[in-house]
Design a protein around this ligand. Structure first.
Ligand code: ARG
Length: 457
């Protein structure tokens, strides 16, 4: 019989049961469900609602169930509706009547609200570790490539020279913000909904602050109706994860481009590449493409839950059961993507000479050549025009700016002297950019120091 079978005279239609049941997916948080129950009965005993003996028997029973699920001895029973009903039914089966006291002063509405919070909080901690590993990997690559010159792009056109460290630093900032966002969410969501009951609290003298303390929350939630129907923390988590996937996807897109035959800036390691079944020469960046592709599914989870939530009146409604599968899938997807992406860049080979040659060939020093003229008294707009003419000349001759002769320079402007070559050297171009946030070595070293402290704290 169902938990709630008392009021019913007929068995549930099998299709209704299947449609309504959530055990196939909410079994994912059996540990959190059992921990929540242990805290609940501990509090009930402290308040004199259960005896110490009853508490101990129930807790021993719950721990046994947890151990047996973990070891695989206890299999989930499809006849049960959800993880909450399953655990309670097994408990009663194992310890008898006293097991029926577990659910005193509690509803599945506040129970599921608690379980999902506990689960999300644990997963946020896992995500945080994965993001840390990624940041550490990016840091190591930055530290080793402070003077690896490469073209910086705008509109995917070569723009000005930067360094590989600088380019990776942009992603360090993005993933650092992702970590911060999750930290903010964790702080905001860290209040315990247990004790809210079905929607209006309970008549038992529960000590909600104590339950919250036992489960490492910062305190109990303040409104029982909100407690059972709030899914903001899931929307925030899915939103933060969507942004994180967007960052991973952009990075993957760059790596796919850099790994192409036309660029050859990087070589993805064989262990992170795949081949073609027909073209023997191929080594494909499938992992980067898959991470880029999976971004859509995480955005999908966010859109799906936003849509589910938008028309739900207070308080709990069954629609909310739909929060789980998408969220689980999104979290697992992001965890997988973070781990694989970190491994991929940690093993990737950077072709420094190719990147540097590309920066040279793309007139990325044209702004610096114009700045040279400005420093010699030429108004910027005129300097811009003069360098434009020189670039045209180079394109005709298929050479770079530093390969033009001084005579050719002087033909277009007499201001040029021998030191123009020093002024447009790749190294000079980057090293003179030393304002905060720029790619110059001194500026970058300062930022790296900040990152180092951040990673060590
Ligand atoms: N499986 C349900 C869910 O995930 C648990 C809460 C059920 N509550 C109820 N009133 N039917 O939302």
């Amino acid at each position: 019989m169902k938990l709630w079978g008392g009021r019913f005279t007929k068995e549930t239609n099998q299709l209704v049961h299947n449609f309504n049941a959530s055990l196939s997916f909410d079994q994912k948080f059996y540990k959190q469900d059992i921990n929540g129950s242990i805290a609940h009965v501990t509090m009930l005993a402290k308040q004199g609602i259960l005896t110490d003996d009853e508490r101990d028997t129930i807790i021993a029973g719950l721990k046994g169930i947890e151990a047996d699920i973990t070891s695989g001895v206890l299999e989930f029973d499809e006849a049960q509706e959800d993880i909450h009903s399953f655990v309670e039914a097994v408990l009663i089966d194992r310890i008898g009547t006293v097991g029926k006291k577990l659910h005193t002063g509690r509803s599945r509405n506040d129970q599921v609200a608690l379980d999902m919070r506990l689960y999300t909080r644990d997963e946020i901690d896992e995500l945080d570790k994965l993001l840390y590993d990624l940041l550490k990997t990016i840091y190591n690559i930055m530290e080793a490539n402070l003077t690896t010159y490469m073209p910086g792009f705008t509109h995917l056109q070569k723009a000005q020279p930067v360094t590989l460290a600088h380019h990776f630093g942009a992603y360090f900032e993005m993933f650092l913000r992702d970590r911060d966002r999750l930290k903010d969410i964790r702080k905001r969501m860290n209040y315990c909904p247990l004790g809210a009951g079905a929607l209006a609290g309970t008549t038992y003298p529960l000590d909600r602050a104590y339950t919250a303390f036992l489960l490492s929350f910062d305190g109990p939630t303040r409104n029982s109706m909100d407690s059972v129907s709030d899914r903001d923390y899931l929307l925030e988590t899915l939103s933060a994860l969507s942004i994180c996937m967007m960052h991973l996807s952009r990075f993957c897109e760059e790596i796919i481009i850099w790994n192409s035959n036309e660029y050859r800036f990087v070589d993805i390691d064989d262990s992170y590449s795949t081949g073609s079944s027909i073209m023997p020469q191929k080594k494909n960046p499938d992992i980067a493409e898959l991470v880029r592709g999976k971004t859509g599914r995480v955005y999908g989870a966010l859109t799906s839950l936003l849509t589910t939530m938008k028309g739900i009146p207070l308080a709990y409604n069954k629609d909310m059961q739909e929060d789980k599968e998408m969220t689980f899938d999104a979290i697992d997807t992001v965890k997988g993507c973070l781990a694989l992406f970190t491994g991929m860049i940690a093993t990737m080979k950077f072709n420094n000479e190719v990147m540097e040659a590309s920066a040279k060939n793309g007139f990325t020093n044209a702004t610096d050549a114009a700045d040279y003229l400005v420093n010699h008294g030429v108004p910027f707009r005129d300097a811009h025009g003069i360098i434009g003419q020189l670039v045209l000349l180079c394109i005709e001759k298929d050479i770079s700016l530093d390969e033009l002769s001084l005579e050719e320079y002087k033909k277009i402007s007499p201001v040029f002297e021998e030191d123009i070559y020093e002024a447009i050297r790749m190294q000079t171009c980057v090293e003179r950019r030393n304002t905060i946030g720029a790619p110059g070595l001194t500026a970058m070293q300062e930022v790296l120091n900040v990152y180092k402290n951040y990673l060590n704290q």
